[in-house]
Design a binder for this molecule. Sequence first.
Ligand SMILES: [Zn+2]
Length: 317
Amino acid sequence: MPESQTTVICPICALQFPDVLKETNESDSSIYNCERCKKYRITRTAESMMRNKNSTLPYISAWSRECNEYQDILPEVTSEVLRSFSELEPDRTDNSNIRRLLRYINSHTKHIGQDVLIVEHFDYPVIWGENEIELRAYLQHLRDKKWIEYADDGDLGNNFAYSVKITIDGRAYLDELNKIISKHSDSKWPTVNQYLDEAYYNLTSGDNVAKYKNCAHSCREAIVSLANETYDEKKHGKFEPKRSTYSNALDKLELLVVSTLQGKSLKEERIMIKKSLQYASKYAHADSIEFTQAANCYVTTKSIIEIIYLNTHLHGG
Ligand SMILES: [Zn+2]
C-alpha cells in the first residue's frame, strides 16, 4: 500500500484513521471501510470530484450505509452516482427519518429486549442526517413515543453513545409502517428508488388531483432514470434519439427488454413491460387524473422496475 493508513480520511464524510481504513488501492478505484459510511468502492474520478465538498455528501454517506445495512452489496461511488444525487432532493421528511431509525434499531435486534448501541458520531447517516444533533432529536422522539427505551445514557470518549432497545409497541408501529413501505422499490438504482418514493408519497399524501399528477410525473421520471441507469448501447443495440427524453427512455427500455429478456420463457414479461410502458406514458401526459389511475400508474411503474431489476441482476446486466 503506497500511503500510510494513518493519513487515511474518508472521502465522503471526512472521518479519519483509525475510524476509517483503506482496504484496497487500485489505479482506478479504492475501497474504504468507514465507521460512518461502512464499506464502499469509490472511483478515482468521484474521489477527486468530492474534494470540492458539496451539500450532497451526507446523502452519499447515508446511501452507502443503507446499501451495507440492508442490501448486502458493495456500493460504488462513481461520478454518475454523485451527479444523480446532486439532481435530486432526497426524502428527508420526519416520518421517513423516524422509520429509518426504528428500522435500524430493529434490524440490529435479534430478540426483543436486547440492547442496541447507537453512537451519535458514527450513526447519524442512518437518518440521512448531517450531524449528531438531528440523530439525538429523533432518538428522543422515539423514546417519547415509547417505541424505544434507553438502557442508560453513556459517554464513550468523545463519541456520545446510547444503549437503546426497541419496545413491543415500537415493533408494532414498524410493522404497520412496513405494510406501506413494502410498496416501495428497493432496486440498486438510488435515483430510480427516489423517484418512485416521490410517486408513492404524492399518491398517498392527500386526496388531491395536483398530487396525483405529481405521482404520474414522478413515475415518468423513474422510467427515464431507469432507462439511463440500465441501457447500454453496446449490449442492447443502437437507438434513434427522438425529441422527447421520455420517448428516448421508452425506446431504450424496449431495446433493453428485447435483449435482456430473451427467449420464449420471458415472452409474457416482454409483452407486459411494453404494455406497462404505454400505460405509464398515457398517464404521465394526462390532463386529468384520478386516484385509481395514479395508483395504477404507480403500481405499473414499480413492476417495470422490479422485473428489469430482477432480470438484469440475475444476468449480471
Ligand atoms: Zn465515511
